[in-house]
Write a protein that binds this ligand. Structure first.
Ligand SMILES: Cc1cc2nc3c(=O)[nH]c(=O)nc-3n(C[C@H](O)[C@H](O)[C@H](O)COP(=O)(O)OP(=O)(O)OC[C@H]3O[C@@H](n4cnc5c(N)ncnc54)[C@H](O)[C@@H]3O)c2cc1C
Length: 360
């Protein structure tokens, strides 16, 4: 059986980016992905401008801009009751844009393949064993072997669960997402709307479709859906994608021969729309670490360096994500914040700039 240098479980932005960087560095790289791409994913579909440098390093920036997308020029915060504040987003090539995950993720995975990664779709990892190398078993009864394993399999990571690292599930919120007809004159806004039962995020993804996300709790989510059906005149038979949990404790990212990246390592509050950036950036950091280990550099030092680089990636950004989480867990408090920002708009502009231009 061929022994891969690295096996990556999950072909989302984290796994595909990691695979592309590993394959480009000459590593024998395997990606095992449960779904057949293109597939949609519960997400707001917004690319934070921080993604551009990673996409440049992947030589993918122009190909992403060539996908059907929508340039987002402002974010509108709407309080319960309808008061609102609008904040401009950066303009130019490195602006925030929205692109359907079916298109974005398929491009990233295709790129990994083009660079030489072996990609197996419709291949669900179900069991792991480790002696000298990792033995990976799939639902279809296939076996693979690799020296290093990467958990890039999202918030409910099977790799973390099989390694007894997945935090116990908490009673948590749930998200619904759908692509619906774009309302007339919606413009290039991202709407972040507080509602008594939770919140809704809305962004156009092309000339005809709106990404609509609803976040609530199991008891409130059906009321949110009813609100959306009325507000956007969508029919009760609209199909919705769903995901949970929206929050969980992080999984430490660096272990002996197994690394976690993207949502598998840390789930951030979706309100600020940064998860894809963290996924791709941590994928690149993992690829750097794996290359060093393969070259025979000190493994423990490399793992410490990887963990430090991941912590650095979040430093200075997570406080604002926590603030967003508080606002959405208590939407009435979040609404008061929007009303305060009507009097003092600089507050919201500053917070938004911290998210979309984090170097400030
Ligand atoms: C409501 C909501 C809105 C969001 N909006 C935004 C936004 O606008 N912008 C943004 O940047 N982020 C947003 N996020 C966060 C973003 O979606 C995630 O952070 C991002 O998808 C993480 O990428 P990933 O590659 O780590 O995981 P994923 O994208 O979840 O990919 C994991 C992959 O692993 C595969 N997989 C899972 N288990 C197995 C297995 N056992 N075997 C093989 N394969 C497996 C899955 O099929 C999947 O393709 C949002 C999240 C939510 C919930």
């Amino acid at each position: 059986m061929e022994i891969f240098d690295v096996a990556i479980v999950g072909g989302g932005p984290a796994g595909s980016s990691c695979a592309a960087f590993c394959a480009r560095g000459g590593l024998r790289t395997l990606v095992l992905e449960r779904e057949r791409f293109p597939r949609e994913k519960v997400c707001g579909d917004c690319l934070n401008p921080s993604c551009w440098p990673v996409l440049q390093r992947l030589s993918l920036a122009q190909r992403v801009r060539d996908l059907p997308h929508y340039k987002l020029d402002s974010v509108e915060f709407i309080a319960i009751g309808g008061r609102n504040v609008i904040v401009d987003l950066p303009t130019g090539d490195d602006c925030e844009l929205s692109v359907k995950r079916s298109l974005f993720d398929a491009l990233l995975l295709k790129h990994a393949r083009e660079l030489g990664a072996h990609v197996r779709e419709e291949t669900t990892v179900t069991a792991l064993a480790h002696d000298e190398n990792w033995k990976i078993e799939t639902a279809g009864g296939e076996n693979f072997s690799a020296r290093i394993l990467i958990g890039a399999d999202g918030r409910n990571s099977t790799v973390a669960r099989l390694c007894n690292l997945l935090p116990p599930p908490a009673r948590e919120r749930v998200a619904l997402q759908a692509h619906i007809a774009l309302p007339q004159n919606f413009g290039g806004r991202v709407v972040l709307q507080f509602l008594p039962e939770g919140y809704s995020g809305q962004a156009p993804v092309n000339e005809t479709e709106l990404n609509l996300c609803l976040v609530g709790t199991p008891p409130t989510i059906s009321r949110l859906r009813k609100w959306a059906e009325g507000h956007f005149e969508i029919t009760a038979n609209q199909s919705w994608r769903t995901i949970t949990p929206l929050t969980r404790s992080p999984v430490p990212c660096a272990h002996e021969n197994v690394l976690f990246i993207g949502d598998a390592a840390r789930v951030v509050e979706p309100f600020t729309g940064e998860g894809i950036y963290y996924a791709m950036q941590s994928g690149e950091l993992a690829a750097i670490a794996i290359s060093k280990i393969m070259r025979g550099e000190d493994q423990q030092a490399t793992l410490r360096e990887f963990a430090g680089a991941c912590a650095e990636m979040y430093r200075g950004r997570l406080w604002i994500n926590r603030l967003a989480r508080m606002a959405v867990l208590w939407p009435r408090a979040g609404s008061l914040f929007v009303r305060a920002a009507q009097i003092q708009p600089a507050i919201m502009s500053l917070l938004t700039r911290k998210i979309v231009s984090p170097e400030l």
